[in-house]
Design a protein around this ligand. Sequence first.
Ligand code: FDA
Length: 305
Amino acid sequence: MRRILLWMARNRWLKEHLPRLWFARRAVRKFMPGETIEAALNAAEEFRPLGIGILLTRLGENLSDLSQAQEVADHYHRVIDLVRARGLDAEVSLKLTQIGLDLDADATYRHLGSLAAHAAEANGTLWIDMEGSAYVDRTLELYRRLKVEHANAGICLQAYLRRTPADVHELLPLQPQVRLVKGAYDEPAEIAFRRRAEVDAAYLSLCVLMLPAAGRGELRLGLGTHDTRLVEQVAAHARAAGQALDTFEVQMLYGIRMDQQRRLAAEGYVVRDLIAYGEAWYAWYMRRLAERPANVWFALRQLVG
Ligand code: FDA
């Protein structure tokens, strides 16, 4: 089921036709409050009294020309201004292919640099998502460049990739900001762990590798996972090392395990909720279904209820 859903995520015909179906539009509302930035910001306000911070991402991936990259960058500049005007604790997270990585790496870097500088004025991090394995080298290369010039740059790393411990070692001297996720793409066994137990073990051991630097304030560690068992294992490691709970933070997606997000925040964990918005939600939504095929039944139930 997971592989079929990930194939569907990449299929062009479905990408064009499925989002027009009303029941798909209704089902996606579980995971996103709306298609506009205003809808996302209004949803963000609801997390403020809970002490839960926000990550904002406009959905959209590969572009066909560079003017679209400029439009995306302009949009994110506006988002940073809107967040500041509302006094929200919200940071931007984007995909490099959204700002032109397939077309021109230097132009992509220029957008990144100006967004990171703007985000720094608002005391926020500019996060870079990690995409499929074909992009990992280029994404890390641009991240390393960016981090030297902008302390407030963050990167997502995927625990399922066998290379990630080596990437962490390479990034540590830069005092990086890292969001560790399990990984959402369909990667071959030569480069990625495919069994859940292996991915979970890799995730925990990467956290154990990064915790000492996080404890010294030399790395910001975000656990981008809904796996509360893993979060609690990481917390136990931190406690055993005499580290406070705010040595790391937990980042989850809007609409997923909201009860756990509230519980963790109430127990003193630093929590951020990632709110996605935008019209190009199809591939992203299919990856959410692939993570938990039970969600397919939820989507189908929208047909009748
Ligand atoms: P796992 O899949 O083991 O789920 C643990 C539990 O959480 C499940 O048992 C279920 O209860 C619940 N759950 C998980 N997913 C669910 C869903 N879709 N619907 C309902 N319940 C669900 N990936 C990537 O490759 N690049 C990236 O840049 C990012 N960015 C990112 C940011 C943030 C903040 C998060 C939370 C995740 C990402 N991801 C990502 C996605 C990540 O790689 C991964 O696919 C998902 O987080 C699902 O894996 P979990 O770690 O949640 O564990």
